[in-house]
Design a protein around this ligand. Sequence first.
Ligand code: BES
Ligand code: MN
Ligand code: MN
Length: 447
Amino acid sequence: MDTDRLLQQLTDFLRIPSVSTLPAHSADCRAAAEWVAAELRRLGCREVQFLASGTHPVVWGVGPEVPGAPTLLLYGHYDVQPPDPLDEWTTPPFQPSVRDGRLFARGAADDKGQVFCLLKAIEAAGRPPVNFRFLIEGEEEYGSRVLFDLLRREPERTRADAVLIADMAYVAPGWPAVYTALRGLCYAEITVRSAKSDLHSGEFGGAAPNAHEELLRLLGRLKGPDGKINIPGLYAAVKRPTKAELTTWRRLPFSETQFLKQRVQAKALAGLKQYSVLERLWALPTFEIHGVLGGFTGEGAKTVIPAEATAKVSLRLVPNQKLKTVERQLAAAVKRLVPRHVQASVRFLHGADPAVVPVDHPAFRLLDRAFREVVGRGTVAVRAGGSIPVVPALGKSGAPVVLTGIGLPDDRLHAPNEKLDLKQLWDGIAVFKRFYELLGQKRTASS
Ligand code: BES
Ligand code: MN
Ligand code: MN
């Protein structure tokens, strides 16, 4: 493998600041889509198109036709999360740099590095007998609405013998994983208004309501200090993981103490203490406050009673919960919890149903074998705490959705100093190369 050349190419991809949620980066998202399209053409794709290109385009590709060979759909995303806070990066997020065998850059692990890995494995396998299809989107980090709508209109795009997604991590170094569930997401802005306009806190303080105070009280009521979310009905659909799952989880190389000390790096963990940490991460819903806006937050001091305050919040949903139901439950809870003299509104920004992925299809055995041959251990079936909104839609046609990845738990996704271990990348290319070869040995009757 010409690792110098590959590293140079990945660096070019990572240099593009394709932050999908910030309108100022629209042109960069297009540039990243162009980068992907050029790679697909280099792989010999007969057809490379930008779909739904009114926004960040979905890159669609159809690989060289191999009659009788199975069809594999590769999904990934070229967009990334905002890189802030910038001053916490050792080297700038869009100037990829290697230190200690690790490549630091926004998108190194999530997901540009992994898309790169899937594509370069095709090259490494010397065009294996597989009919490749590609869906590489640019709005995953903002809820994938465009791809959602597209797949509703054109479900035939997902017709395949298998779907492969590399956008996750090993459970621990040396322990590759395959995922049986992803959490869903319900992202909302809660705004409270307490008066017609801002007021002088000397003239009115002590007698007038304060929007921030009302918002904070509301947020404090939505989740108690014990970690319990006070949204009526929210837990009704939540199912305990199966006995077999709980047993597997207990045997994973995962220590709650190490998780606290090395990964969370805080003084204590939070959440429902009666459940194990993995259960809290994988099998229970969450409520998080992402940011609070309004009032005076600039430099200096201003004595104001804010009339309006907004919180950006989200809930993670677990299997059997429904986004639509949770939206209704959140809106009702907010209405019930604010005092009558305060106006509250909830605006939903994006969301996704949770995904459940059975892993008994033969394709999973091929991935297991590929990992076993290359890294010396097969895949362990676990769940993920994160979300990939289109996963349920990608599986609708009945194809198995193989969710895996080459990241490591300490890659710092969405955070400063995101990285990808180069060893993981080189191994990953070998693993997927082997997976394509094994899949290529399966002739299908359908094609
Ligand atoms: N690759 C992640 C999802 C992920 C992360 C799965 C870690 C498993 C473990 C993906 O890019 C992501 O961050 N998704 C967003 C989706 C949201 C913005 C709709 C997420 O989970 O916050
Ligand atoms: Mn991702
Ligand atoms: Mn992400």
